[in-house]
Design a protein around this ligand. Sequence first.
Ligand SMILES: [Zn+2]
Length: 361
Amino acid sequence: MGDTAGAGDAASTGPLDLAEALDLLPKVELHCHVEGTMRPGTVLELARRHGLALPTENLDELYSYTSLNEFLSIFWLVQSTLGGRDDWARLGYESVVDAAAHGRVYAEMFFTPARHLDTGQRLADIVSGLADGIAAAEAETGARAMLIADIDRAFGPAPGLQMVTELGELRRSGSPGIERVLGVGMDSTELGVDPKSFTKAYRAAAGFGFRLTGHQGENSPASAIAEVIDVLGAERIDHGLSLVDDPELVRRFAAERIPLTVCPNSNIRIANAFPALAQHPYPAMRAAGLLATLNTDDPAMTDLDLGYEYASVAEAFDYTFDDMVTIALDGVDATWLADDAKHALRTRVTAEAAALATRMD
Ligand SMILES: [Zn+2]
C-alpha cells in the first residue's frame, strides 16, 4: 500500500460530518467496471478523435437514462470510444485518480474486452495500456488497482473461452502488464443465459491460476448464484441480490463467508431493481451475516463515487460510522490480496477510522 490517503489530506478544520468522514475513510472496491468510470469529457474527446457520433454533446445529458436498454446502448457507445492502447491507458489512469479522490485505496476492477477483440484490438494491447495507466495513477495517488478480465455473456461461451486462453498465454509469456490481471469474471446479460455454459472457460481460467468471480443474481434466481460457486468454482459473487430468496443458501454463504460485491445505488439507477435505496435488501443481507461489500459498479455513468455510496447507504439504513468501518473492513477481507497485505490494509483502515472518529461531531 502507498502511504497517501487519497482524499485524506484534504484541508478541513471544523468537525467532520458522517458523509465527509466516509469519503475520507480508506476503502476498497471490488465491483467497478473501468469502462463505466470514463469521464464524460473523455468520452467526448475520444469520440471526436475517432469520428464517432454521440447522441448529444451536452455532457450532463450524455449520462442520463430512462431505461436499462438506454444505459446499455450508452455503455457500448462509451466502450467504442476506446480505439486502442493509448485510450485504455488514459482510462486506467483517470479511473484510479478519480476514485482515489474519494478515499478508494485499493480496487480489483473489471474490464470487458469482448467487443474490442471482436473489432480487431489485441488483448495484449488492452492489458498493457490499462496497466500503464494504472501504474501512473498509483505513483501519483498511492492508491492501488488490479484487474479482473470479464467474459461478456452476450457473446456466448466460445469467445469467453478464447479470451481466457489468450489471457493464459499472456501470463505464460510474461506479457507486459499481465501481472495486473488477478482474475476472471463474467458480466452483461443474465436473462436466458445458463451460467453452466461457461464451465469450460472457468476451468481454463482456474488452470492458468486466475482467481474467479461472476456477476449473478441481479436478474436470475438464487439457484444460478449457487451454480456460479459450485459448478464454475467462483470465490465471489458480483451483485447476488436474489440470494435473499433462498434462506438456506443465505445461511451457507454467511457460514462460508463467500463475498458478495453489492452495488445498491447502481441497482436503482441502472437496473431499476428497487424504487429507492430504502427498499434495497442490503441491510437484510448484512443482518443475515452475509459478507456483503459496497461498490459503485459504473460510477461515472451513474454520477456516483465510493464516498457517496457509503454515505447514502449509511443515511438510508441508519448505519453509524462504526457500522460503515465494519463494512469497509469486510471489503478488505473480500479482496484477493495476500494475507500479509490484507492484514496491513486492515490495520491502516482501523487506524485511520479511529483518527477520523476523533474529528467528527
Ligand atoms: Zn457490474
